[in-house]
Design a protein. Structure first.
Ligand code: CDT
Length: 312
């Protein structure tokens, strides 16, 4: 008996600085309909899917930045997406900038949610590994100010019993860290969904620019295999203002094999029939954690780290 979940990855092409949320949501609805027509039960969209990737610009005006944040979800701009999902009976995952007041404190998170096929938010994740820097660095071709505009997520790496499986989330830079997936692997995760905005150009080490697509698939394929999980990685791709973002949206099997991947840098849907029972091929054999892990020898991984320099 197999447990097949039909999952679509809905890559978005660039979102212009001036493009309103209504336009991004309209594009997402078109992709959602396409995914449903292919039989998808769950469709995965990128990180910060409603706007351009605003951390590439520096400002000291918090009100300028807060314009990119959502203070409720769903809201007026995104309600049509939630309504369409309920109408089509399809679930979805997408990322957005979340502004929330918690215990009287205003907080900014880089967030993703899983919405069930009734249009209800079933799970939330807030990005833990925030890349980039906090101050303006004019020598860069563009900024990457996630450390300035977001704070570290406070929900951990949870695994949720949704869509008949065990599903986890992470966001973009999280995928480069094996710990992200291992924490979910230890909870028996069967599918990890994630979105990303990855520039082709990496200012601190431009000699790696030609490796961006390779590193994207390298970390996703290794994480899938080492934890015996399906992974769906979804790009916002193409030339967004002056910044080239990589594509490479893909669906990866628990064996580490890429089952399907996008061919363009534009709005595009791909789909795979993910048999969640195939996770056992890995989780009960080569990476049977109960039999083979040696956590006492891994203590350094969770030991306190050295404090980083102030603007890293
Ligand atoms: N969005 C995001 O996390 N992007 C980073 C860019 C490289 S670090 C400046 C990534 O890891 O893909």
């Amino acid at each position: 008996m197999s447990r097949i979940l039909k999952v679509a990855a809905a890559q978005l092409g660039p979102i212009a600085l001036a493009e309103p949320r209504s336009s991004a949501v309209g594009r997402m609805i078109a992709l959602m309909k396409n995914a449903k027509a292919q039989g998808a039960e769950l469709v995965v969209f990128p990180e910060l899917a409603l706007t351009t990737f605003f951390p590439r610009w520096y400002t000291e005006e918090q009100s300028e930045i807060d314009k990119y944040f959502e203070t409720e979800m769903p809201n007026k701009a995104t309600q049509p997406l939630f309504d369409e999902a309920r109408k089509l009976k399809i679930g979805f995952n997408f990322g957005f900038a979340e502004l929330v007041v918690e215990n009287g404190v205003t907080r900014h998170f880089n967030t993703a949610v899983i919405v069930n096929n009734q249009g209800e938010i079933a799970a939330k994740y807030r990005k833990i590994h925030l890349p980039g820097h906090t101050e303006n660095e004019p020598w860069r071709a563009f900024q990457h100010l996630e450390k300035r505009y977001f704070e570290k997520g406070n929900l951990g790496f949870q695994v949720h019993p949704v869509f008949g499986g065990k599903i986890g989330m992470c966001i973009c830079n999280d995928r480069r860290w094996p710990e992200t997936f291992r924490v979910m692997g230890l909870q028996g995760v069967e599918l990890v969904v994630l979105g990303y905005n990855t520039p082709k150009h990496y200012p601190p080490a431009p000699e790696h620019d030609h490796l961006q697509e390779f590193h994207n698939h390298l970390v996703l394929q290794a994480a899938a295999y080492q934890n015996g999980t399906w992974i769906v990685g979804v790009a916002k791709a193409g030339k967004e203002e002056d910044c080239e973002l990589i594509g490479g949206t893909c669906i990866i099997a628990p064996t580490g094999e890429i089952v399907t991947e996008c061919k363009t840098l534009a709005d595009e849907v791909i789909l795979a029939e993910c048999d969640l029972d195939r996770c056992k091929e890995i989780q009960e054999n080569i990476f049977n954690f109960d039999l083979h892990r040696q956590p006492k020898d891994y203590a350094l991984i969770t030991a306190a780290k050295k404090e980083p320099p102030s603007n890293h």
